[in-house]
Ligand binder design. Sequence first.
Ligand SMILES: [Zn+2]
Length: 485
Amino acid sequence: MKVFIACLGTETNTFSSMPTGVQTFEDTMLFRGDATRRPATTFSMPLHVWRAAAEERQGQVVESLAAFAQPAGLTVRKVYEGFRGEILDDLRAAMPVDIVLLSMHGAMTAEGYEDCEGDLLACVREIVGPDIVIGGELDLHCSITPKMVENADALVVFKEYPHVDAGERASELFDICHAAHQGRAKPVMAVHDCRMVSMWRTPVEPVRSLVDEMQAAEGRDGILSVSFAHGFPWQDVPETTAKMLVIADDDAGLAAETAQAFGRKIWDLREETQQDMATIDEALDLIEAGPGPVVVADVADNAGGGAPSDSTFLLARALERGVTGLLSGYYWDPVAVRFCEEAGEGATLRLRVGGKCGPDSGWPVDLTVTVNRILEGASQSFGDATMGMGTAVWLSTDAGIDLILNSARTQVFHPNGMTQLGIDPASYRGIAVKSTQHFYAGFAPIASRIAYVACEGAIPPDFATIPYERFTAPYWPRVGNPHGG
Ligand SMILES: [Zn+2]
């Protein structure tokens, strides 16, 4: 058995003006054939799992490119075509292979390629022919397209948001594809369009129970896999909506029925699962009321959704109100980081922070700051993975608010990104994190409470009013009943 493995992905916020070029991949993850000899990240984790699973069965592994970019705007055409070309060249050289396994995001759009994953899978199919098993693992913020389904034998989507299950899903996908290769199973996929645009947090009810139910249905009565593809609301493509995807064993009817049944369940929960969003002032009220630390999530400036991670809307209002005891980050501000490095630890200086990337960032804020700590090569945990932060700087300000700046754009995942700087996050009244949900697993244990804040920014959380152009189908919550009837 010869298994070919590769990774190519990013999550494209088509509304973002920040181009995704080769530097963003280099800063995030770019390995050529040796990702499994490096520490695992969320999107290289599947390659580690697949290599181990294949080698356990005396299989041969051919490892190609592993490229992932921190989400931003459209991927530059020649960058996508270049990476795709590398994978396809490696595949041609490796032929004949028995199984192709790809770790992808599922919401990647490049200039001229609205559906990069569908395109990549179709190119792979063209090379290997109809009989070789192709499997793909996707982030749950993916837009499943007919082209992806047509050109893969099995697609398995993360079940957890925060995404802490990339390894488990990789292992399940391997088992399905291995069984198909050996003729022990014949995976067939069906997709049900939920016609919903929203975000669903899986650690909390009622979504927790739904995910448990999906998992309980797997591996019995002919069902191989049940995936809920939440969709990525800020990728404006014809297939933006949430979908249920089911893989059954040689039974297309069963796959379709099961997808529809689970689709009905998430539809019925629509009101209950709508997010409660605080205004900035409501969030600051919570912090002032205490006890701390109240963790407030600035969801609109989440780098993980393609936002700049340097917006100042919440900070500016906190300064205006004189809120103290607040820790806020991470501000992606390489210029300010540079100034802090020049001044050195212990220095006090006037510094212009944030608000630099565009209108979604708000205005820069001018502060007198003291540089407490500078750390090169900073990182933070995310599940079992380690996520780089570049150079991180801990600042105290004369306004009684502490800030963390960094040089490699990333959202906040875990408090150890703060403690490595010598910060005690639990000692603050409030912690403002630029993240939508991935912070949750790490911060829930230290938070007195958690609030999600609807600031202005690149990822506006009002799903009914996102200004789509390419996505034209009716969807909830823009219309009450997009299914008609
Ligand atoms: Zn995601």
